[in-house]
Write a protein that binds this ligand. Sequence first.
Ligand SMILES: [Cu+2]
Length: 188
Amino acid sequence: MKKLTLAPGERGEILIDSNELNNKSYLYINGKQALELRKNKKTGLTSIPKTLVEVPEIIKNLNNLKTRTFSLKTTSKGNTINNTPYNMEKLNFEVQKGTQEIWEIKNGSKMMDMPHPFHVHGAQFRVIERNGKTPPLNEQGWKDTVNLNAGDSVKILITYTTDGITVYHCHILEHEEDGMMGQFQINK
Ligand SMILES: [Cu+2]
């Protein structure tokens, strides 16, 4: 790929094929030259490997897993998840360490056109579907942040490997501070 969109909180590892570089090639960020890319003859790789990172195949039978839904909305009450702003005194739900669930996340904004990068602490996930389709290749690895543009819907398979109280929130800090956040407990 030649272009990658990264939302706040999202990260990508990029391997560049230097055979395709000119004398002066640049990495652009938001249309501005951010990094000059030069060939280095000392690197060991001569071409891009077929497999960049090994990730386990997503299990085929997802029907037995519990599904939770998260609706991200900017309302008159502020920025909310499932119409509720964050409450520090309240656990939104509890789950069991060592289990997996499906989370269905929706960006309910239509008029406002605001993206919401959804971020989870303490657990990693795989994107199963983006708007009913297989996600693009760059979203098929392990993730902890997935961006949702207005009207988007994604399904993720989340794995609870640690225990304790942890949070999920929009990674646009103004939205998070304004209530687009929740907390849950992973029981031992
Ligand atoms: Cu947001």
